[in-house]
Design a protein around this ligand. Structure first.
Ligand code: GDP
Length: 329
């Protein structure tokens, strides 16, 4: 990801770097190319315009042109603007071995509430990577020593419940036979107390919450239904589930490969549900990067985590500063 954008930025900024003196004309020319680069990366037009406008204003309006190395200063301005666009100061320390799940990092997306459990509702379109993300989050939280109950309230996609059960087993817990769509991490013997869930998402959600409470789980992660496209029916179901469990956090899973579509769906989800943060999946894929660069600006919601592969450990905190550095090479 970002390879092409990075190349384009490099050639744009070559127009101002390494020069002893630069003119406003040089800046305008470089910014024209920066705008092109952003648009090619599938960044929303208005966002690209505003980005270039801010950089130009700062570059021309300050002492930059008079400085010893104006090119370097402009690159610095672009860097800071990229960090801002990606969501601001990094929340994750670069040497954090928990991949951003430590307190003070995006782990705050999953706070510790008392009494527990912390309820995390995971929403997104079908195929975005919701169920996989539930498993990854469970694995990461377990590594932190938190116990997790997984609730499989995605009854829309036939394989989702089984998939979550398999993930639950991989995370290292005993999935509970006979509990329908609720899987526990922790006390397997207590599982039997819960009967089959009834095939209605909101019921599964309620049972999952009751189960998590009874087992004193630290966190309940609730997988929810998606559709290929957003529609009223999906939103109604998600809102019912939201009302039933009162999540502390609603995480929206977006597929980075779908670019502007991902951003548009984020906006639509956010109008209906109180989204707290975004998980951008398939960050390992060769996409243009537009979703990562637009989602914060469009929704105002931070990217908390990125999915970097299909395996359970492929979840990382999102580092705006590191990514900006990667884009600028
Ligand atoms: P859901 O319908 O939203 O629950 O989607 P799934 O969790 O089933 O994921 C859809 C596909 O995307 C599966 O093949 C996953 O293995 C894959 N996937 C999910 N997250 C990632 C990721 O971060 N990187 C890659 N490369 N694949 C992912």
């Amino acid at each position: 990801m970002f390879g092409n954008l990075s190349d384009k930025f490099e050639s744009a900024l070559r127009k101002v770097s390494g020069k002893g003196k630069i003119s406003e004309g040089n800046i305008a020319e470089a910014m024209e190319d920066v705008r092109e680069a952003l648009l090619e990366a599938d960044v929303d037009y208005e966002i690209a315009e505003a980005f270039v406008g801010r950089v130009s204003q700062e570059a021309v309006g300050t002492e930059v042109l008079e400085s010893v190395d104006p090119g370097q200063q402009i690159i610095q301005i672009v860097h800071e603007e990229l960090v801002r666009l990606l969501g601001g100061e990094e929340a994750v320390k670069d040497d954090d071995p928990t991949g951003g799940l430590q307190a003070g990092g995006p782990a705050d997306a999953i706070p510790r509430v008392s009494p527990g459990p912390t309820v995390v509702m995971v929403a997104g379109l079908q195929g975005s990577g919701k169920t996989t993300t539930c498993g990854k989050l469970a694995a990461a939280l377990k590594k932190q020593g938190r116990s997790v109950t997984l609730g499989a309230a995605d009854l829309q996609r036939p394989a989702a419940v089984t998939q979550l059960r398999v993930l639950s087993e991989q995370v290292g817990s005993d999935a509970c036979p006979g509990t329908g769509e609720v899987f526990f991490h922790g006390e397997p013997d207590a599982c039997a107390a819960y009967g089959e869930a009834v095939g209605v998402a909101v019921e599964v959600a309620k049972r999952a919450l009751a189960a998590a409470r009874a087992h004193k789980a630290d966190v309940l992660i609730l997988d929810t239904a998606g559709r290929l496209h957003l529609n009223d029916e999906l939103m109604k179901e998600l809102k019912r589930v939201e009302r039933a469990v009162g999540p502390h956090q609603v995480l929206l899973v977006l597929d980075a490969m779908t670019g502007q579509d991902a951003v548009n769906s984020a906006e639509a989800f956010d109008k209906q549900l109180e989204i707290d943060g975004v998980v951008l999946t398939k960050f390992d894929s060769d996409t243009r990067g537009g979703a990562a660069l637009s989602v914060r600006e469009v929704t105002g919601k931070p990217i908390r985590f990125v999915g970097t592969g299909e395996t359970l450990d492929a979840l990382e905190g999102f580092h705006p500063r590191r990514i900006a550095g990667r884009i600028l090479g």
